[in-house]
Each structure stands twice: as C-alpha cells, then as structure tokens.
Design a protein around this ligand. Structure first.
Ligand code: GLG
Length: 789
C-alpha cells in the first residue's frame, strides 16, 4: 500500500467531495476520504479476480441477511495495511481508532445466521474460492436499541448517513423484477470482499429496489403530489428495512416481496452471466454453478430459475427441474417450529401466480415419486410442499436440493433422527453436517490486536491467521509462567478498554479486576437469559444475607436485542435491567458484584466485549441452539464456556476438554425423558432459593414499571400462559445445576495460574472453528469448487 499515494488521494477527495482542504475535514469526512482512497487501490485486483474466476465453477451464496459490521478496520487488516494507515492518520493528527469509531455498522442481519454469511464471505475470499454473495441493500438495517424507563425502545438504523464508500453502484447490471401488479428495477451495489493478504477480492452483490419511473409527471401536474410519488414509495419499500426477526416467521406480504425480489434479481444475474460465457447449453448449468440457500428465505430461487428457463429460454419443465435439482443446496439453521417458513398460498397467488404454478408442478412430481415408492397419503404428508393452504419452504428446498446441511454435529443428528427424519429415510445421501465457523481475522486479528501480536511473536509469523489449527502449537506454553502472565495481562488490558467504553457509553463503572461473565446474543427464551438473571438475583440475596460470602468480585454483562413484537423477550430485558438497578444501587453488594446490560449490542460492540470476557455463557435449552457462533468467538479469545451440552458447545468442549469448561444441566436425552411429565412447580416448591427468586418477580422486590410483565413471566414459568405449557425451556429444572456450576467457576477463578491455563487451552484448541475450515468443506463436499490461483 502506497502511503503517500493514499494521502494524496485523500487530499484530492476532500476537495472534490467536501469542498475543503483535508486538514479541515471532520472525522466522518476523513473516514469517507480514506475509505474511498482504499477502494481506488483495490479496483484492479477486484477486476483481476473476476477475470481469473471466469474459467472456473463458482458458488453463489443467497442470503437475506449479511451482518457485516464495520468495513474500514477489517479491510485494513485484510490488506495488511493497518499499522501503516494508522501511521498516516497520526500524521494527519487523528487516531485510527477514532476514525474507525465514526463508521456505522452495516447491520443487514439479525444475528447468527447473518453474521455467519459475513464470515463466509471473508473466508471465501481468503481461501481464494470463487464464491459470490447475493443479498439485499436494506436502507435501514437492524433497529438501534436504547433503554428508557427500564425497558427496550427502538429507533430506525440510518446506517447510510455518512454515505457508502464501501460499495459501487452498478447501473449497467440493473435487472427488472416483475410482480403481478408492478415491475421494479433491481440495482446492484457491489461490496468488495477483501481476502486476507489482499490478493483476491470477491464480490457481495446487494440489490436495491427502485421504480421504473421516478414519479408520475401527469399526476404531479394535476397537483396530486402524494399519488405522483406512490409508485416510487411502494417500490422503495421493498428494500427499505430489514425484518428484525430472528428465528420467527412473520408471514408478511412485504417480506415475501423482499424474498422474491432478492432471488429474481440474483437468478436473472446468474443466468445472464451463464449465457454470456457458455451460450445456452443449459445442460451444463450445474457444471458451472452451485447455489447455496441460506435458510428458507431465498428458496423461491428454485421456482424462479425454473421460470426463467421455461418461460424465457424455452426449456422443457422437466429439464429445468433437473437443472435445479443439481444446482441448489440448502442450509437449515434451526429446529424451532416458529422459524420454519410456510407462506400462505393466497399471498403467492396475489404476488406471483406463475411461481405458484411452478411450485404446484414440483409438488406433483414429488407426489408421483413418493407414490411410486409406495407411500400412502398419510406417509407422504410431512414431505408435501403444498398443504393446509400453505407453501412449506423447507420441503421445497429439501426435495429439489441435492444437499442439505445442519450447522453443528448435534443439530444435524437431531435433523436426521427427529425433525427431518421423514426426509432422511427418503434421501439419506442428501444429509450433511457443516459445523459453523467464524473468521479469525475480524474476531482475533482485528478485535484483539494485543493477543494476535503475542501469538505471532510466539509462533514466529502470521500464517496462523490463515491456518488457525496452528494455534495448537501454543499448548507448549501450558507450564510457561511468563507466557501465562502475558496472556492474562492482555485479558486485563482488554477488560480495561471495555470498562472505559462502558463507562462512556452506559454511564456505569465496572472494575476490570472483577470476573467478566458475559452473555451476548439475541434475546430469546430458548437462550435463557432469564436463567442467568434468576441466578444473579439468587446470588444477590445470598450476599445480602452473608456479605462475607467467599466469591471473587464479579461483573455480569448482558447484550441482546429483542424483536420489537416479542413481548416476553422484552420482559426479560426489563427483568435484567431491574435486577441491575437493584444490585448496582446497593452500596454493600455492589462492592462484590455488578450487572450491566449494554445498549445496542451489535457487531462492533461484540468486538469489544468478546476479547474482554473471562467467561462465555452459552446456556440454551439442550437441543434448541442449532450451533451458536458467539461461543466460538469467545473461545478463540480465551474465555472458557459455561454452557449446556447444546449446539457447537458440544464440539467446543470436545476440542478444549471438559476440564477447561463448565458444562451443566439437562442434555437432549434427559429432556426427551422428562418432557411428558415435567412439573416446574415441583422445583419451585422443593428449592427455597429458587422459590425466593421467583417470588421476587411478583412480591414487589422488583419494579416492572407497572407493566405487569414480571407477573406474566412468572406465570409462564410456573403456570403456563394461554395454551403454552409452563416453562417450555426448562429454566427451573436447570436452575440448581447452573448454580452448582457457577460455584465451580468462582473456585477455579481464585487460582490464577489454573485459570490462565484453561484460557490458553481454549485459544489453542479453537482452530477447527475457523470459517476457513467450514467454507472449504462447503467447497469440497457440497459445491465442488476449487481455490483459484
Ligand atoms: C441460527 C441459529 C444459531 C446458528 C446460526 C448460524 O439460531 O444457532 O449458529 O443460525 O447457523 N437463526 C440463527 O441465528
């Protein structure tokens, strides 16, 4: 990277774009100028990458979500230019961190599923894999969260406020997407995905909806101003906002429109490209393309490809279906029933009747096939695509797809044995496992520069960042006191940094010498933030009774957004805020423990929290968390897992050793046994501590702001609300085991050397959780693509 060159570019850009000399530029302007300068530097390599890929089979990742976070810092790391640019900024009188901090997160996703897609983009480019991402350019990403009067409120996320230097609008690749009642333009915005080392630059293509015609001039002339803009607004609505739902299917018309808009634009783009390079030899389509469907959101790509081949290219339906059957693969991310998308047939009829027709024809083929296999109507039922007035998207994906995968070993086993057992008996060969991963560049090299330096020093070079299994070599320092001390000094430094940030952002003072016990993830009952909260309340009561209680000083940190319409998730946030208020205000107890719920938890906040964690809380009800990926980030940064035997926790503990983690609670098989005669009330009656904390929800100890929501939460745990069973997520059943395990944490934390060794064992054994490994498995075992030189 030519430092001088970047500087000159920035000076020029500042004049053109801001009309001022660079030395008068504000921080956001410096960010804009620097980002644009860096873009100018990568354009040629970007072009070269595209050219090099032409002769190879490519994979396309279709996803409604990409939780990218900030671009600048990450791109500097991947270009290996971070220190150099920090130097340059210093010459300009600013600190690189300050410039990084002005950037808004690109929060075009909700949680794990969207962040996984972002990590996959990074790993594909780093591994030189010809993979292109397709997604939507939401004008407003995931809402911003703030707390008022003890509860969560939301506001729109205007992430494009300072412009968008990290994408290029490609008007010449515009396509038209046709709905029954309107046709809209899909404009691609290409985001460069810089592989580590800066040699390969892949593309994430995000589509933006725009009207064919800006506004209706005749209506405007007739002074019907609102009407003149109606079409424009209706069109722009399609990519206006990300649906803020994680693990829940809302069945909204606009959401279905978004999905079709994404897949129609993407499939047209892929077909256009195929024709350009291979003519219309459709039989070769799957030789050149594999298309991965990230969950059910982009599954309409299947009938859309068939529609294009049949209606526009004149192929036979059966041939088009065969092409689809060798092209698409599907990833399942959850077994939660409420997340499995089932669209009203009626909605599809209104929006795109031709697509519905094609789905019907596919369903007929499925029924014929099953009929030949001797299936009765009853046996067929769970596999049907169309039933009960709905289109079952997962069934469409599994029937047509040539592969389907779960995201952790346990999850895949559950799919095979229970959730999708009917499909497994039919097509056992389609089932695969691809345990999730995370990119070590963002989650270690960038987020924890101090630890990355230590590792590079000890291993001799930086190659571990592209082959994370090399971290295994660190185990040789397990008895090296000097190394262990350095490791803990870095942890302490990251805690100090986080404490400063929390002080500034949340106005809460925390002690870096206390144990940082961290649970960060979306808010959901199955993730059981309330189990953690009830434990904390119990600890508070015990400290009140006995201020001499022998525990190390501890800080419990939460970060989580709740879907705005998820009432009970919001109650849980309110509960934790109320508990935090009670404890932090208590002069005596707060000397030993504090509780912080950070506001607006997002990727950038995670980059500060993860390196500072002493303990990683992963306490979902066994069987419910498909994988988890936060668990991997925390492991990589040296936090032992405090968790249930669920999702990828199982594999994490398998790698780093049970003795270096804290595993507690019911396992999947325990829950299977318990479920039909589970009586949460018995736990309440028999455990006075548990009774005390639950009673605190309703006896006035805690203030729910007059909402009655703590009573509702209490009822959901003890009595069941509406038609739901009481305590569906086994919070009460796991309370005692949780508490006993947390005692073990406190004991272990007292032995500093032992703790440092546990931390080291987690770092050293986190190599398999690199998304480089995951993406290579997709490439080899599903897509059949190879790295390109
Ligand atoms: C899901 C699951 C997570 C999983 C993630 C990525 O809930 O357990 O780690 O996808 O596969 N909806 C999600 O975020």
């Amino acid at each position: 990277m030519e430092k001088q060159c970047i500087k000159e570019y920035m000076e020029m850009y500042s004049k053109i774009a801001y009309g001022k000399n660079l030395k008068y530029a504000t921080k956001p302007e410096i960010w804009g100028a620097l980002s644009t300068a860096l873009m100018s530097q990568i354009v040629d390599k970007w072009h070269d990458t595209r050219k090099a890929y032409k002769a190879h089979k490519a994979a396309y990742y279709l996803s409604a979500e990409y939780l990218m976070g900030r671009a600048l810092g990450n791109n500097l790391i991947n270009l290996q230019a971070y220190d150099e640019i920090a130097e340059l900024l210093k010459e300009l009188g600013v600190n690189v961190n300050e410039i990084e901090e002005v950037e808004e997160d690109a929060a075009l996703g909700n949680g794990g599923l969207g962040r996984l897609a972002a990590c996959f983009m990074d790993s594909s480019a780093t591994m030189h894999l010809p993979v292109q991402g397709y997604g939507l350019r939401y004008r407003n990403g995931l809402f911003k969260q703030y707390f008022k009067d003890g509860g969560q409120l939301e506001e729109a996320d205007e992430w494009l406020g300072y412009g968008d230097p990290w994408s290029i609008r490609k008007d010449d690749y515009t396509v038209e997407v046709k709905f029954q009642d309107m046709t809209v333009k899909a404009i691609p915005y290409d985001v460069p995905i810089i592989g580590y080392g800066g040699e390969i630059i892949n593309t994430l293509r995000l589509w933006q909806a725009e009207p064919l015609c800006e506004f209706n001039f005749n209506l405007f002339n007739n002074q019907e101003y609102d009407k003149a803009l109606e079409e424009k607004n209706r069109t722009e609505d399609i990519t206006r906002v990300l649906y803020p739902n994680d693990s829940n299917d809302q069945g909204k018309l606009l959401r279905l429109k978004q999905q079709y808009f994404l897949v129609s634009a993407s499939m047209q783009d892929i077909v256009r490209d195929f024709k350009k390079h291979h003519g219309n030899v459709w039989g070769d389509f799957a030789k050149w393309h594999a298309i991965q469907l990230n969950d059910t959101h982009p599954v309409l790509a299947i009938p859309e490809l068939i529609r294009i081949l049949v209606d526009e290219e004149g192929e036979e339906f059966d041939k088009a279906l065969d092409i689809a059957r060798t092209t698409f693969a599907y990833t399942n991310h959850t077994i939660l029933q409420e997340a499995l998308e089932k669209w009203d047939i009626r909605l599809m009829e209104i929006l795109f009747p031709r697509i519905l027709q094609i789905i019907k024809a596919i369903d007929e083929r499925l029924q014929t096939e099953l009929g030949h296999k001797g299936y009765t109507m009853e046996k067929m039922n769970p596999c049907l695509i169309l039933k009960d007035g709905k289109v079952h998207m997962a069934n469409l994906a599994i029937y047509v797809g040539f592969a389907l995968n779960g995201v952790a070993k346990l999850h895949t086993e559950i799919l095979k044995e229970t959730e999708l057992h009917h499909w497994y008996t039919l097509y056992p060969y389609k089932f695969q496992n691809k345990t999730n991963g995370i990119t070590p560049r963002r989650w270690l090299v960038l987020a924890n520069r101090e630890l990355a330096h230590l590792i590079t020093n000890r291993l001799g070079n930086e190659s571990w960042a592209m082959d994370l299994t090399k971290l295994k070599q660190l185990t040789k320092y397990i008895e090296d006191e000097g190394f262990l001390e350095e490791l803990m000094a870095i942890k302490h430094e990251k805690k100090v940094q986080l404490a400063h940030y929390i002080e500034e952002k949340e106005g809460i003072t925390i002690d870096p010498d206390s144990l940082f016990d961290i649970q960060v993830k979306r808010l959901h009952e199955y993730k059981r933030q309330h189990l953690n909260a009830l434990y904390i309340l119990d600890l508070y009561f015990r400290l009140k009774e006995n201020p001499e209680l022998d525990i190390p000083k501890v800080t419990f940190i939460f970060g989580a957004k709740a879907f705005p319409g998820y009432y009970r998730a919001k109650s849980i946030i309110r509960l934790i805020l109320a508990i935090a208020d009670l404890i932090n205000k208590d002069e005596g107890v707060s000397k030993k423990m504090k509780v912080v719920f950070v506001s607006n938890y997002n990727v950038s906040y995670a980059q500060k929290l993860v390196p500072a964690a002493d303990l990683s809380k992963q306490i979902s009800t066994a069987g419910k968390e498909a994988s988890g990926t936060g668990n991997m980030k925390l492991m990589l940064n040296g936090a032992p897992t405090f968790g249930t035997y669920d999702g990828a926790n199982v594999e994490i503990v398998g790698e780093s050793g049970e003795e270096n983690n804290f595993i507690f609670g019911l396992r999947v098989e325990d829950i299977e046994k318990l479920q039909n005669n589970y009586n949460p009330r018995a736990y309440y009656e028999q455990n006075p501590d548990l009774k005390r904390v639950l009673d605190a929800l309703v006896d006035g100890t805690l203030n729910d702001g007059g909402t009655g929501c703590f009573r509702e939460l209490y009822d959901s745990l003890l009595n069941g609300v509406n038609w739901d069973r009481a305590d569906q997520y086994y919070v009460l059943a796991d309370f005692k085991a949780f508490k006993e395990e947390q005692e073990k944490v406190f004991e272990a934390y007292k032995n500093k050397k032992k703790w440092a060794q546990m931390s080291l064992m987690n770092i050293a054994n986190s190599g398999v959780f690199s998304s480089d490994r995951t993406i290579m498995q997709y490439a080899n075992e599903i897509w059949g693509i190879n790295p390109v030189e």
